[in-house]
Structure formats: structure tokens, C-alpha cells
Ligand binder design. Structure first.
Ligand code: DLL
Length: 432
């Protein structure tokens, strides 16, 4: 078990002092080593000596995903290639990949952060954990892997791609933990049910992340599999999984804030919002050597609290993610997050939480169709009581979103399952 009490239970003053010291060093480091940051700081009229601690952080300019893309592939690296021991990249759906590089020290810090998360998720030496995030350029597989090894768990590097093999080995090896996306875990639960293996599994912990999921989805996963499911967060630009994770009290995700300094800002005015208010999460990497980032705008929407958690950790906690600002749809002038649909569907007994939103524009009017998968129990050759169920869903969706939607019920397993991040939206509207 890795519970770094010195860092995770430090007083607020001690933590701020450490963060300030690290920020001052970081600013000097990037100013000297990364021409991009030197230029950005000069444009903003800031010199390294103006930054005396975290109270001065707002003087520093932001970094965005476009900055990484514009400097593709290695333009923001702060060390020569010979000191980089690993590369990861996120492809995204549009534009160039964003590429990140790690020094050996970065990998050690990463393993330590993931190990803290594994500890929060009650994974340790006595566990056998299947890592079912993709291995490769995506940070999920290798990131979760090294943290699980660091806590001494027996690691099974499944990756994604073969759910039947995964479920067979889950039973044969007596796996007690799994790490994968929540949507994939839901799919795994279906495969286990199909294979009649549900009562043969020994899972106790699931370390789920890489995509937004709701509290209700946690309940659904826990009920189906008899596990405790934990929420792990991270992003490749900042490090990968392990930037934050929730403990058994599920009262927000503890940020490894000795390494990643969090801020929540108003995405329009770019000024800080008060603790407890929702805004965009911004991170400054305090210790990264390979590709340190100053005030990186994640686009992820959350709020922060700095009150001590019941578990004893004092680290700042971010609330479960509402989504990304760029995931938010505006349909007929109303802001809609896919997670609201998921939340509404979990309450409808006749359907599964698998859904697809299809947004279009007909005669200048936005249309929303939601395809929803019927639960097997309510399906024989056709869907029983189709009209009643459709009406019921239309009602809960209207309540949840504040707009109406055309509901199309589809047969069990008709919607494509994802092994990584689920795709919930097809937006056919033309933006020109
Ligand atoms: O998804 C890293 C990761 C792997 C995290 C495995 C957790 C587990 P990226 O592909 O760069 O990295 O995507 C990062 O995914 O900005 C969020 O929008 C979303 N995300 C990640 N974890 C969560 C979570 C990995 N727990 C982007 N809840 C982030 C909600 C999450 N969204």
C-alpha cells in the first residue's frame, strides 16, 4: 500500500509552501529551457522573479491543447531527447496528435501517483488486477500498470480487444480487481452474464476512468458485479491516469497536488471561481521534467474543495466531472451534457444505460434523437409494451434535459460497445 502521509495528509500551509517552492523552480526551469514559454512569458510581461509562490500564479499565461499541437511533436520538451525514456500521444478526433515525453523521474512520479490511487481503491499486494485499458500510445494501460505494480499487486496486462478471454481469465485467475473504462466494465458485466460467470468472479475493486460517468453508473456497476468502483482521473498532457482518484468515501477525487497544482477558472473570463463553484480545471505540473506545463486548460468541468476528507487525507478534492466544456451540446439553445442522459436512463428499469444521441438540424431547427437499448428481460422477438416504455423515457429525458427528444428503442446489444472511451454523440449539424 502506498499512502504517502507526508504529502496526502500535509496541513494546507505546508502543502502551499511546498507548491510555492516547486512553482518558483518550475517557472525558472521552463523559462530557461523552453523557448515557447520564455516567449509566452515575455509577451505577458512576466519575468521568473515575479513569481514568488502560488499566490502569483495568475500572472502566468495559460497553455492549451493547440499549443501542444502547434509545437508538434517535441517543441515543448524541456530536456534533450536522450533524457526522454518514454513517449505517449493522444490522437483525439481532430487535428494532430498531442505528444508527451517522460524522463525516468517522470515515470517514477507517475507510478507513485497511480499507486496512491490504487491504495485509495483498496488494491494492494494481495490483489490480482486485470489492466483492461488500452496499452500503447494511450496512457491508460501502461500508466495503470506501473502504479499497480508499485503497490505490489499481481498485474495481468490484458489491454483491450478480447472480452471473452478477459472474463475467462478473470474467473480462472481469481482476479480481485480490474482497471478499465466504466463503459467497458458495463460491457464486461454483460459478457459475464451471457457466459453465466457472474457468480464465479471474485472482483472487489474496479478502478474506472478515462471518460465521464455518473454516480448512478457507479451504482449500476457495483450492483451488477458486487464490486466497489473508484473514479480515477488523468489526462495525457498532464501525465495520464493518477492525477486524482476518489477514496472509499466517494466525496470527490483527491488530487496529487504536490505534483499537480489545480485551479478552477471561469472559462469565459479566465478568472478563478470560488471553492465549490463549477468551472474549468487548470493544472500546473509542479515536478514534471520532460514536458512541464504551466496553467494547462483541461476543458474538464468540476469544482474543488480543500476541506479535510473523512479518510484523513487533506489533499484538495475535485468533484465528479460533469463533462468537458467541448462535450456540451447546445440543442435549441439549451445546454445539454450526455451524462444527463445516462443519469436519467439508469432510473428506467426496462432499458440499459447504453445510448446514442443523434443531433441534426432540419429546417433550421435542432432535432435530437436518442437511441436507447432495451433490457433483455423486456425483449423477446419484439419489444413488449414499446409505446409505454418510449413514453416513460421521453418523460424522464424531458425532465432531465429540459428539451424533448425522439426516443428510439433498439434491441439488446444493437448499439456498438466500446472497449475504450464510449461514443455517445453523433452531431450531424454543420457548423460553418
Ligand atoms: O484518459 C487518461 C486516463 C486513463 C485517465 C485511464 C483515467 C484512466 P486522455 O486520453 O488524454 O487521458 O483523456 C483525458 O479524459 O481530460 C477527461 O475529459 C477524460 N477523463 C479522464 N478520466 C476521467 C474521469 C486519459 N475519471 C480526458 N472522469 C480528460 C471524467 C475523465 N472524465
Amino acid at each position: 500500500m502506498i499512502w504517502n502521509k507526508e504529502m496526502e495528509c500535509a496541513s494546507r500551509e505546508e502543502m502551499r509552501k511546498l507548491q510555492s517552492k516547486r512553482l518558483v523552480e518550475l517557472v525558472r526551469y521552463v523559462y530557461e529551457r523552453v523557448p515557447f514559454y520564455r516567449q509566452k512569458m515575455e509577451n505577458a510581461g512576466v519575468r521568473p522573479e515575479d513569481i514568488k509562490g502560488v499566490d502569483d500564479i495568475a500572472k502566468l499565461p495559460f497553455t492549451t491543447k493547440d499549443d501542444l499541437r502547434d509545437n508538434y511533436p517535441f517543441g515543448l520538451f524541456a530536456v534533450p531527447q536522450r533524457d526522454i525514456v518514454r513517449i505517449h500521444a493522444s490522437s483525439g478526433t481532430t487535428g494532430k496528435a498531442t505528444v508527451v515525453g517522460y524522463t525516468q523521474n517522470d515515470l517514477d512520479v507517475w507510478a507513485e501517483c497511480v499507486a496512491r490511487c490504487m491504495t485509495m481503491a483498496n488494491v494492494g499486494k494481495d490483489d490480482i488486477i486485470q489492466i483492461a485499458y488500452g496499452y500503447g500510445l494511450f496512457t491508460g494501460g501502461l500508466g495503470a500498470h506501473s502504479g499497480a505494480e508499485k503497490v505490489g499487486a499481481t498485474v495481468v496486462p490484458m489491454s483491450t480487444g478480447n472480452s471473452k478471454k478477459l472474463t475467462t481469465m478473470m474467473v480462472d485467475f481469481g482476479a480481485t480487481a480490474i482497471a478499465c473504462t466504466p463503459s467497458y466494465l458495463l460491457h464486461i458485466s454483460e459478457v459475464l452474464r451471457e457466459e453465466k460467470l457472474l457468480d464465479k468472479i471474485k472482483l472487489k475493486s474496479a478502478v474506472c476512468g478515462a471518460e465521464p460517468w455518473t454516480e448512478k453508473m457507479r451504482g449500476e456497476i457495483e450492483n451488477r458485479l458486487g464490486v466497489k468502483a473508484y473514479d480515477i482521473y488523468g489526462l495525457s498532457e498532464v501525465m495520464g491516469p493518477g492525477v486524482a482518484c476518489d477514496c472509499e468515501f466517494h466525496a470527490g477525487l483527491h488530487v496529487c497536488e504536490d505534483h499537480f497544482y489545480p485551479e478552477i477558472i471561469d472559462a469565459k473570463t479566465l478568472t478563478p471561481v470560488a471553492d465549490g463553484e463549477t468551472g474549468e480545471l487548470v493544472f500546473t505540473t509542479l515536478t514534471k521534467e520532460g514536458i512541464p506545463l504551466i496553467r494547462y486548460r483541461t476543458k474538464d468541468l468540476t469544482s474543488i474543495t480543500r476541506e479535510k476528507c473523512e479518510c484523513g487525507r487533506t489533499s484538495a478534492r475535485i468533484s465528479r466531472f460533469k463533462g468537458r466544456s467541448d462535450d456540451m451540446l447546445i440543442i435549441r439553445g439549451v445546454n445539454v451534457f450526455p451524462s444527463q442522459v445516462e443519469s436519467a436512463l439508469v432510473d428506467v428499469e426496462e432499458v440499459t444505460p447504453h445510448y446514442l444521441m443523434i443531433v441534426d438540424r432540419v429546417n433550421n431547427l435542432d432535432t435530437l434523437e436518442i437511441q436507447v437499448e432495451i433490457d433483455e428481460k423486456y425483449y423477446t422477438d419484439e419489444i413488449r409494451g414499446i409505446e409505454k416504455i418510449t413514453k416513460k423515457i421521453a418523460h424522464v429525458i424531458q425532465q432531465a434535459l429540459g428539451i424533448s427528444a425522439k426516443i428510439t428503442l433498439v434491441s439488446p446489444f444493437a448499439l456498438k460497445r466500446s472497449e475504450g472511451k464510449a461514443v455517445h454523440v453523433i452531431d450531424n449539424r454543420k457548423y460553418d
